[in-house]
Design a protein around this ligand. Structure first.
Ligand code: NAP
Length: 299
């Protein structure tokens, strides 16, 4: 029988309370769910603990009593550690539970997790998100999900507390593949956003006025509306950090290679971001790309 999801009945584990995870977990707490939380740096979980979540010392502790456990950590190696490591979720998770990884990670790792958990009688979903820090805070994320469709339908009420556009994309790994399509699109867009603003400045235009008008026409997109104003203010706080974006582009390039596919546009953007990390912006937001493009433009 499918698990019934409700604040009175469902216990949730949450691992990863960073830029995205903290506000996403906060939405579940505010809806009345009991949450056990774990993060590498405990201080980043403190606001959630003050709202009533309980602290767990390890991923295994966090998962022990959970019906549904969410993870949104940094890199594929972190996903592997919190799920399959010495104190990983897999060692304590109960039969019949559902595990949901919302990190942007490798499709192949999502498939491996699904196989490992299946042997324990546990369902696993890959459910990466898009919409940035703003989307996480406002519960307006797009959530793209791979795995067993029954498990997706069971946890849908929880996804609906965090996102506005939620889609089942296919078997394990399909959520991560969809997120790679998202990242390939954003990568190309970021060059356009930055070069357009560099050009506007050189032409003597008011950059804010340019954003106002062009974001309402065919060039309108999330990046120009949300990141353009931050670029103008030279506010490079993340948002979405450069080293995570490089991780995503490398995953997409490696998956493309495995499919005998060449993506020259993505290769170019990845190199520009490598340069950005080299000049000290690895922990800045992705919109700091303008620093490299200004350097190359002779600004
Ligand atoms: P973040 O702020 O670095 O948050 C990651 C959190 O996971 C941190 O609190 C980190 O703890 C914790 N963590 C990492 N490894 C861990 C481990 N092994 N054990 C326990 N906790 C661990 O990153 P974020 O921006 O929230 O992004 C999270 C994921 O979502 C990334 O895969 C990113 O690519 C993806 N994503 C981000 C955005 C965005 O706009 N920010 C949008 C869509 C998708 P510490 O603080 O101790 O390192």
């Amino acid at each position: 029988m499918a698990m019934e999801i409700s604040p009175g009945k469902t216990t949730i584990g949450w691992i990863g309370t960073g830029i995205m995870g903290a506000p996403m977990a906060g939405h579940l707490l505010r809806a009345g769910y009991q949450l056990s939380v774990h993060n590498r740096t405990r201080s980043k979980a403190e606001p959630l603990l003050q709202q009533g979540a309980t602290w767990a010392d390890s991923p295994a502790d966090c998962a022990a009593d959970a019906d549904v456990i969410f993870t949104i950590v940094g890199f594929p190696a972190d996903v592997e550690q919190v799920h399959l490591g010495d104190k990983g979720i897999i060692h304590s998770i109960r039969k019949g539970a559902i595990v949901v990884d919302m990190t942007t990670s490798e499709p192949s790792l999502a498939k491996r997790l699904a196989d490992e958990y299946r042997q324990k009688g546990v369902s696993s979903l890959d459910a990466p998100v898009s919409g940035g820090d703003v989307g996480a805070r406002e519960a307006r994320l797009a959530i793209m999900v791979g795995g067993e469709q029954d498990a997706f339908e069971t946890v849908l009420p929880l996804f609906e507390l965090m996102g506005k556009n939620i889609a089942y994309m296919g078997p394990a790994g399909a959520g991560q593949h969809t997120k790679m399509c998202n990242q390939i699109l954003i990568a190309g867009t970021m060059i356009g956003v930055c070069e357009s603003l560099i050009y506007a400045a050189k032409a003597g235009l008011d950059q804010s006025a340019v954003i106002d008008i062009i974001s309402k026409g065919a060039a309108g997109c999330w990046s120009i509306s949300n990141l353009g104003p931050r670029i103008i203010k030279r506010d490079f706080a993340p948002g979405f950090i450069v080293e995570h974006f490089i991780k995503d582009m490398k995953i997409a390039l490696s998956e493309a290679k495995a499919m005998n596919l060449k993506l020259p546009g993505l290769e170019l953007v990845e190199k520009l971001y490598e340069r950005l990390a080299q000049i000290g912006s690895q922990h800045d937001g992705t919109h700091a790309l303008i620093r490299v493009l200004e350097e190359m433009a002779g600004e």
